[in-house]
Design a protein around this ligand. Structure first.
Ligand code: ZN
Length: 113
């Protein structure tokens, strides 16, 4: 698993000090807060505005970003976009990492259709 970025800081889930969650623990904590339907995976944990939120090692991160990271890998500087337009969905198949510019176009296109 590659490093994940939270609040702009690269985060390594596996290190020697053991107080950082392993990939397995991260997955477990994630799955405990998800209600999977045939289409979307709905976040049942805490929420911030319209998005799901999770706290890991005292750092908050958005649930759909965590989902992308643990299922698909690095996001870099990109935004994680909901292809299904359901902001509480954390199904990795419904998520794509896009540049900020493309994300804006996606929402504008959907709004005006
Ligand atoms: Zn979805």
């Amino acid at each position: 698993m590659s490093n994940i970025t939270m609040n702009g800081v690269e985060y390594q889930p596996l290190n020697k000090s053991n107080d950082i969650l392993s990939y397995k623990d991260l997955m477990q904590r994630f799955n405990q807060r998800v209600s999977k339907t045939k289409e979307c995976w709905l976040w049942t944990g805490s929420k911030t505005n319209e998005y799901g939120r999770i706290e890991i090692q005292k750092k908050r991160m958005l649930a759909h970003r965590l989902s992308y990271l643990i299922h698909k890998g690095s996001i870099g500087k990109n935004i994680v976009n909901h292809i299904c337009c359901n902001k509480l969905c954390v199904n990795p198949d419904h998520l794509e990492a896009v540049s900020q510019k493309r994300n804006k176009i996606h929402y504008e296109n959907n709004r005006y259709k």
